[in-house]
Design a protein around this ligand. Structure first.
Ligand SMILES: C[S@@+](CC[C@H](N)C(=O)[O-])C[C@H]1O[C@@H](n2cnc3c(N)ncnc32)[C@H](O)[C@@H]1O
Length: 208
């Protein structure tokens, strides 16, 4: 059982270290609750597991869909770890948080690797894909191209860090999700109230 009081405790010094803002965490919880039990919830970019906890909680609220979380951790090659020593600790913090919140093999699979590597040997429909991995148009397009064949006929993709448009997250997504069944007119964008020019997420649905 996922410990909701631990996952949702947002008090300074209590919340899990991470880079996903509260509004997006709440949205992930709601979307995860909608995923049918026979479809997977996939997270690309876990860092220390903050968003992972909210996805697990949402799955528990809803139909009990299984969660797979993907991150290369110390095998990452995107270069961000050069900017902060904290990145080196992320894998350890992730594992500790998963134990603390009550994740089990029944609810969660953790794959240490890149988004594309895990997609290559994936089997089964994905109902919700949360992309918070490498943020550039090229990287987002590459990761989505790898996962697109696994997306269920009716499914949802959430992309993080869309507010800083020079990163090109939405540009990368448009290159891959160009079919009419991806509901671009219905795109929902969440902005970070504290700093509207940073972070932010976009929710795009496949109508099936
Ligand atoms: C912004 S952080 C994720 C934050 C996390 N979702 C949270 O709630 O705090 C980005 C993560 O993406 C991971 N990453 C980098 N390249 C990746 C790739 N090719 N595939 C999957 N994850 C990747 C990094 O190791 C890093 O932990």
């Amino acid at each position: 059982v996922i410990e909701a009081a631990v996952v949702t405790d947002w008090r300074r010094g209590h919340r899990q270290p991470g880079l996903t803002e509260l509004a997006v965490c709440r949205q992930l919880r709601q979307l995860a609750a909608l995923v049918p039990a026979d479809q997977e919830i996939v997270e690309l970019g876990a860092y220390a597991g903050r968003s992972t906890g909210w996805l697990l909680l949402g799955a528990q609220d809803g139909h009990g869909a299984h969660v797979t979380s993907v991150d290369p951790w110390d095998l990452r090659t995107d270069g961000y770890d050069r900017y902060s020593a904290r990145y080196a600790l992320a894998g350890k913090l992730y594992r500790e948080h998963m134990v603390r919140i009550g994740a089990s093999d029944r609810t969660l699979a953790t794959r240490q690797g890149k988004a594309t590597e895990v997609a290559a040997d994936w089997y089964g429909p994905v109902g919700l894909l949360w992309h918070d991995a490498e943020h550039s148009a090229v990287a987002v397009a590459r990761d989505l191209r790898a996962w697109l064949p696994h997306m269920a006929a009716r499914s949802t993709i959430v992309l993080h860090d869309v507010a800083l448009t020079r990163l090109g997250v939405l540009d990368g997504a448009r290159q891959v999700l160009d079919a009419a069944d991806w509901d671009w007119p219905g795109l929902v964008t969440l902005t970070w109230a504290k700093r509207p020019g940073l972070r932010g997420a976009a929710v795009i649905r496949r109508r099936g």
